[in-house]
Design a protein around this ligand. Structure first.
Ligand SMILES: [Fe+2]
Length: 509
C-alpha cells in the first residue's frame, strides 16, 4: 500500500527528521579541556550544562578494543558567568593516547569528541601555540581560534585578557568562539590559562578553566623530563609568596628538565610606549630565569609582536633597561599578546630586540630534546591554511604564514644537550663527508614501516637550508638527492622518519 503526503506536510516531516539529532542531544556545550596534574596521564573535561540531569563524561581510548567505555561524573560544578560549569577530572590515562568521549545527560549525548594525552617520552616533539589578549574583538579572535585548531598543537598557552569587561555575556561568547579551536578530527585542545588584568579575579580562571591553584600560578611537566611550563600571575603580588614558590620549584624540579619556559601577562619591558615598565617582575623573575636557565618567557598585554635575542639582567654600559644580550645564557622573551585585541604600534624597541611588529599573531613552539623551534604566526596572512588531520608532533600545515625573522621562518634555540653542536664537533663519530662540488648525494636508510621522511641540511648557524619531504613504504633505500642548490659550507644532514631522527651525517659542500 502506498500513500501520499501533501508537499507542505512532507516538508514539515523532513524538517522534524532533520531536527531529531539535535532534539536528542545532551543539553551541554561550551566544551573545554585543561590539565591539573600530569598531562601524560590526566585530562580535565569542562562543559556547560544547560538543563539536562546527570551530566557526565563517557570515554574510552581509541584503537584499544579491550578498553571499555568508562563513566566519570563531574568532580566540580560551579555557577559562574551565568553558566553551570561542570568539570570531570580524568586520571589514570595512558600517555600520548587519543581518547573519544561524549557528554551524556538525561536528554541524550553530545557529539562525539576526542582528547589526546601528552607524550611522556622526551624524544617525542611537543608542540604548543602560545599567545594572549583576545578581548572582545570577535572576528579577529575567531580567525585565530580557527587557525590554532588547524595547526593541531598539543596545547594552547593563553596568557590572559580573554575578554574585555569580564561580563557573563562576553565570557559566554568567548567560550562559544573557543569551540572554533576544536580540530578537524574533533579534538579539544587543552588550554593552559594565565590571568590578565581584564580578568577581575583569580577565581574566574578556577571557575571556568579549573586551574590547579587558587593563586593562578602553577607548573606542569611534559614529555618525561623534556619540559616544565611555569604559569605565573602578573596580577598577584610578584615578590613574596609567588616568587618563593617559583624559586623553590625551579630548584627542586625545574633543573631536572631539558626545557623550562614561563608564561605571564605583563611584559617586563613592553614594546609599545603605551604600556608601563614592570620593574617588580624584572627584579623578582628575570634573575631567576637566568639563574635557573628558563630559556623562553611568553608575555602578553601590549597587543604587539616581539621577540628578543637571548637576554639576562645586567647593568653597565652594554646594558639597556636592565638587560644585556647573552646568546649563551640568556632567556628569549616573546609576545606580546595580539590574539585579536586592538593592535598598538610597536614603537619601543631596545638594542636587544630581535624583531617587533604590529599584527595579529600567536607563537608556535616545538620542543625537541635538542632544540626548540619558534615561529611567529601571522594570522591575517594565514587565511588559506589547510588543517592538519591529526596532532601536529611538529608539522606545520600548508598555507600558514610565518613572520620572517632575520630572513627565517623558524628560529632554532639550541638545547643544553645540543646534538647539533655535538655532531659538528664529534669528528670521530661523525666523519666529515666532503661532497667536493658533486651534484648529487646518495643517502642510505632503512624503514621498518611506511613513514613520512624528512631530509634536512642544517648549517652551523642552525638554519635549515635544504629540506626534502618524501612518503616511503617499508624497505631499504638509497635516496638520490640533488645538491646543486646547496651553497658551499658545512652541514649536519639528518634523516627523520615520522619526525624521529634515523640517520645523521656531517657533510661539506
Ligand atoms: Fe592586559
Amino acid at each position: 500500500m502506498t500513500f501520499s503526503v501533501p508537499m507542505n506536510k512532507r516538508f514539515g516531516i523532513l524538517l522534524l527528521l532533520s531536527l531529531i539529532p539535535w532534539l536528542i542531544q545532551a543539553r551541554t556545550g561550551r566544551y573545554r579541556a585543561m590539565w591539573r596534574t600530569d598531562p601524560a596521564t590526566s585530562m580535565v573535561i569542562g562543559w556547560e550544562a544547560f538543563g539536562g540531569r546527570q551530566s557526565r563524561v563517557i570515554f574510552q581510548s581509541v584503537g584499544q578494543p579491550a578498553d571499555q567505555w568508562k563513566v566519570h561524573y563531574p568532580d566540580k560544578k560551579v555557577a559562574s558567568k551565568d553558566m553551570k560549569n561542570y568539570f570531570a577530572r580524568l586520571e589514570g590515562l595512558s600517555a600520548d593516547t587519543r581518547y573519544r568521549f561524549v557528554i551524556r545527560d538525561s536528554e541524550g549525548d553530545s557529539p562525539m569528541m576526542y582528547f589526546h594525552t601528552a607524550p611522556d617520552d622526551p624524544s617525542t616533539p611537543i608542540t604548543f601555540i602560545a599567545g594572549g589578549d583576545s578581548r572582545n574583538n570577535r572576528s579577529a579572535r575567531k580567525r585565530l581560534n580557527l587557525l590554532a585548531g588547524q595547526m593541531q598543537p598539543l596545547a594552547i598557552l593563553f596568557s590572559g585578557d580573554m575578554t574585555d569587561m569580564c561580563t557573563a555575556r562576553e565570557w559566554q561568547q568567548w567560550l562559544d568562539d573557543w569551540q572554533l579551536t576544536i580540530t578537524s578530527d574533533r579534538r579539544l585542545i587543552p588550554i593552559i590559562a594565565a590571568r590578565g588584568n581584564h580578568e577581575t579575579s583569580n577565581s574566574i580562571l578556577e571557575d571556568l578553566f579549573d586551574i590547579p591553584s587558587p593563586d593562578a600560578w602553577y607548573a606542569l611537566s611534559f614529555g618525561g623530563d623534556l619540559l616544565r611550563v611555569y604559569t605565573l600571575n602578573s596580577l598577584a603580588p610578584i615578590h613574596g609568596r609567588q616568587t618563593r614558590w617559583l624559586t623553590d620549584d625551579l630548584q627542586q624540579h625545574g633543573e631536572a628538565f631539558t626545557w623550562r619556559i614561563a608564561q605571564y601577562h605583563y611584559p617586563i619591558r613592553p614594546h609599545t610606549r603605551r604600556k608601563k615598565e614592570r620593574l617588580d617582575q624584572l627584579e623578582a623573575w628575570a634573575g631567576l630565569f637566568h639563574q635557573h636557565k628558563v630559556q623562553l618567557a611568553q608575555e602578553s598585554d601590549s597587543h604587539v609582536a616581539k621577540i628578543t635575542w637571548p637576554i639576562r639582567p645586567g647593568k653597565g654600559p652594554e646594558s639597556y633597561e636592565g638587560f644585556v644580550r647573552d646568546d649563551q645564557e640568556g632567556t628569549v622573551y616573546i609576545g606580546e599578546g595580539s590574539w585579536g585585541a586592538p593592535l598598538r604600534p610597536a614603537d619601543d624597541d631596545k638594542p636587544w630586540t630581535r624583531a617587533s611588529g604590529s599584527f595579529h599573531q600567536f607563537n608556535w613552539l616545538c620542543f625537541h630534546s635538542d632544540r626548540l623551534e619558534v615561529r611567529v604566526i601571522q594570522a591575517d596572512q594565514s587565511a588559506g591554511a589547510t588543517a592538519l588531520p591529526t596532532l601536529s608532533y611538529g608539522r606545520i600545515p600548508d598555507g600558514v604564514a610565518s613572520w620572517l625573522i632575520d630572513g627565517q621562518e623558524e628560529l632554532i634555540l639550541p638545547g643544553p644537550a645540543d646534538e647539533m653542536a655535538a655532531i659538528i664537533q664529534d669528528a670521530e663519530r661523525f666523519p666529515l663527508i666532503d661532497l667536493d662540488g658533486r651534484s648529487s648525494l646518495q643517502i642510505p636508510y632503512r624503514l621498518g614501516s611506511t613513514s613520512e621522511i624528512r631530509i634536512e641540511f642544517t648549517n652551523t648557524l642552525r638554519q635549515v637550508v635544504k629540506s626534502i619531504r618524501l612518503h616511503r613504504e617499508a624497505g631499504n633505500y638509497l635516496e638520490g638527492i640533488d645538491i646543486r642548490d646547496l651553497p658551499r659550507g658545512r652541514y649536519v644532514l639528518i634523516v627523520y622518519a615520522d619526525n624521529k631522527p634515523i640517520m645523521r651525517r656531517l657533510v661539506q659542500q
